[in-house]
Design a protein around this ligand. Structure first.
Ligand code: CP
Ligand code: NVA
Length: 299
C-alpha cells in the first residue's frame, strides 16, 4: 500500500513524533551548512489549484536541498484545468514522478487522486484540512517549550481547514484543544467528534483561552470565500486575538498564525509581531518539517 499524507491521521503517532524530532535535526543540519541529498534524482510534482507562497517555496526548496527536483503544475497550463479526469491524471503523473503534492478545493478530489496514484500523495491544503501546517506548528512549539503532549491549545476563529487539522493534531500529539468560534462557524461535527473530550467548543474566546499554552488563529475568510469577507468581518468581530486574549492564557503561552495574516481582523499587530508569537518560526519550519515528511514518505 502506498503511504499517503492526506490528513495527520494517515501516519501513526510514534512516526509523527519522530518526524518532529527529525525536522528539528534537519533544521540544525541546514543551519550548520551540512549538505544532505537523500532524494537525488527524485521528482516531486506540485499541483496548485489555489494560491500559495510558503507551501510552494518550502516544498520546492526542500527538493532542491535534498538533491531532487520539483515541478510546479497549475490548472492554467495543464490538462487538469481543461477537465481531464482526476483518475487519469493521477495514473499518468504517478508513473513519472516519485511523489505528488496537491493544493486544491475539494478534499474528495484529493482522495480520488490518491486512490489512483502509485506514489505518495501529500495534502498541501484542501477546504477541509491543512496537515503540513500542523507539522510546522508542532515543531515550533516543541522547539520553544518542549513536548506539546498534555498541553492546552486554543483555536480562535473559523472552524475551517486549519481548525480541523488542529483537531487531528490534538489526537495524534496528545494535547487538549479548546475552540472558540462564532455560532454557525463551528468545525465539522463528525471531525470534532473523533477527538472526544480532547476537543471542546466555546462561543467566547476568553473562556476558551483561559489557561492555554498556545493560541492559534487564521483568516476569517479562507481561499474560495472571498465574497463572504464583509459578512464574516461582522460575524467574527468579537474573535480577534488581542493582548487581552493572551493575558488570560498561561504566562508563557505562545501565539501562532499559519499566514497570510490580516492584522486588525483575526489578530492585533501587537500580538502577531510581539514576543509571544512563534508565527515566524512556524512559517520557516514548513521547510524543515516537510523535508522530514518527504524523507519519511520516500525512504
Ligand atoms: N500557510 C500557508 O500554507 O501559506 P501559503 O498559502 O502561502 O502556502
Ligand atoms: N484557511 C486558510 C489557510 C491558508 C494557508 C485558507 O484555506 O485560505
Amino acid at each position: 500500500m502506498t503511504q499517503h499524507f492526506l490528513t495527520l491521521l494517515d501516519i501513526n503517532k510514534p512516526d509523527l513524533e519522530a518526524m518532529i524530532q527529525r525536522a528539528i535535526e534537519l533544521k540544525r543540519m541546514q543551519k550548520a551548512g551540512e549538505v544532505f541529498e537523500p532524494l537525488k534524482n527524485k521528482v516531486l510534482g506540485m499541483i496548485f489549484d489555489k494560491s500559495s507562497t510558503r507551501t510552494r517555496v518550502s516544498f520546492e526548496t526542500a527538493m532542491a536541498h535534498f538533491g531532487g527536483h520539483a515541478i510546479f503544475l497549475s490548472p492554467r497550463d495543464t490538462q487538469l484545468g481543461r477537465g481531464e479526469p482526476i483518475a487519469d491524471s493521477a495514473r499518468v503523473l504517478s508513473s513519472m514522478v516519485d511523489a505528488i503534492m496537491i493544493r486544491t478545493f475539494d478534499h474528495e478530489g484529493l482522495t480520488q487522486f490518491a486512490d489512483n496514484s502509485s506514489v505518495p500523495v501529500i495534502n498541501a491544503l484542501t477546504d477541509t484540512y491543512h496537515p503540513c501546517q500542523l507539522l510546522a506548528d508542532v515543531q515550533a512549539y516543541t522547539e520553544r517549550r518542549g513536548s506539546i503532549k498534555g498541553k492546552t491549545v486554543t483555536w480562535i476563529g473559523d472552524g475551517n481547514n486549519m481548525c480541523h487539522s488542529y483537531i487531528n493534531a490534538a489526537i495524534q500529539f496528545g494535547f487538549h484543544l479548546t475552540i472558540a468560534t462564532p455560532v454557525g462557524y463551528e468545525p465539522d461535527a463528525q471531525i470534532l467528534a473523533t477527538a472526544g473530550d480532547q476537543a471542546k467548543i466555546f462561543n467566547n474566546p476568553l473562556d476558551a483561552a483561559k489557561g492555554s499554552d498556545l493560541i492559534a488563529t487564521d483568516v476569517w475568510a479562507s481561499m474560495g470565500q472571498e465574497e463572504e469577507q464583509k459578512k464574516r468581518e461582522r460575524d467574527f468581530a468579537d474573535f480577534q486575538v488581542t493582548a487581552e486574549t493572551m493575558a488570560v492564557a498561561n504566562s508563557d503561552a505562545l501565539f501562532t498564525h499559519c499566514l497570510p495574516a490580516h492584522r486588525g481582523e483575526e489578530v492585533s499587530a501587537e500580538v502577531i509581531d510581539g514576543s509571544q508569537s512563534m508565527t515566524w518560526d512556524a512559517a520557516e519550519n514548513r521547510l524543515h518539517s516537510q523535508k522530514a515528511l518527504l524523507e519519511y514518505l520516500l525512504k
